[in-house]
Design a protein around this ligand. Structure first.
Ligand SMILES: Cc1cc2nc3c(=O)[nH]c(=O)nc-3n(C[C@H](O)[C@H](O)[C@H](O)COP(=O)(O)OP(=O)(O)OC[C@H]3O[C@@H](n4cnc5c(N)ncnc54)[C@H](O)[C@@H]3O)c2cc1C
Length: 242
């Protein structure tokens, strides 16, 4: 169960280098947070040196998906360190610093009662809500059969690569794709996610399959179009744009 969003303080417990320009911020919570995998929190810039009203200043608050599964003591958010808010706010944070956030929010959630066969389609930092969903499926031993398609330009940019390799197993299939290089010994795909690739692993006409998309607006728009052109009904498509 998730609760209505509330404002609370958190302390930075750990900062983890996840990939090139991608960092995970582990937040120790003041109060336990009840949320569903896929939901996000809104982080406030606060009154630090980065806050201000100039064009180069970060917005007063920005949304970040929770990248860890529901648990009581901490949550993770994982940030691509590019842009005004990441560079103006996150880049200045140190372990022990306090931040304020509002959450949880959002309807881009994995519902184990309704979704038998989730197909997750992620580009770049759009992986974050799916990490929460996949860890939730794994840690609860759900029978759900999930497939993740995850596209990045380079191997160095693939966040959570090692953890995803560990998650790949009986009921979770991970399909990594790299689009701007051909790494030696790469076992994954080498093109942008497309219907040909999806059909290799998924029967798209199976009514039990629900497609979850997360990434840039262009990524989401293009793939929604391809899914609909392939006969996937709108009710089986759920999306979040970053
Ligand atoms: C529901 C939701 C969940 C989100 N979850 C996450 C999450 O889990 N992790 C995450 O990192 N973000 C997430 N975002 C995006 C986040 O809220 C910020 O928009 C993002 O961190 C960029 O910060 P900004 O808006 O201040 O960037 P701006 O400075 O306003 O830049 C706008 C865009 O341009 C890009 N950009 C800026 N400068 C450059 C540059 N030099 N080179 C290339 N691109 C550039 C930025 O990446 C950004 O996408 C989420 C957004 C939403 C709506």
């Amino acid at each position: 169960m998730s609760t209505p969003p509330i404002k609370q303080k958190a302390t930075i417990l750990q900062i983890i280098d996840q990939a090139e320009l991608v960092k995970t911020f582990r937040l120790k919570l003041e109060k336990p947070l009840s949320f569903k995998p896929g939901q996000f929190i809104t982080i406030f810039a606060g009154n630090g040196p980065a806050a201000g009203a100039g064009a180069a200043s970060p917005a007063p608050a920005k949304a970040y998906s929770i990248s860890s599964p529901p648990r009581k003591d901490y949550i993770d958010i994982t940030v691509k360190m590019v842009g005004r808010f990441p560079e103006g706010v996150f880049a200045k944070l140190k372990v022990g610093d306090a931040i304020e956030f509002l959450g949880p929010s959002g309807v881009f959630v994995f519902d184990k009662e309704k979704t038998k066969k989730p197909v997750f389609l992620a580009a770049g930092i759009g992986i974050t809500p799916f990490m929460s969903m996949l860890e939730y499926i794994k840690s609860n031993g759900l029978e759900t059969h999930a497939v993740l398609f995850y596209s990045n330009r380079t191997v160095a940019g693939v966040a959570f690569l090692k953890r995803l390799e560990e998650l790949d197993g009986d009921n979770i299939k991970i399909v990594n794709s790299i689009t701007r290089e051909t790494p030696a010994q790469w076992k994954g795909e080498l093109e942008r996610i497309n219907m040909g690739m999806i059909r290799k692993y998924v029967d798209v006409s199976d009514k039990d399959c629900t497609f979850y998309l997360c990434g840039s607006a262009d990524f989401v728009r293009e793939l929604v179009q391809q899914l609909m052109d392939s006969g996937v009904e709108q009710v089986r498509i759920i999306k979040e744009e970053f």
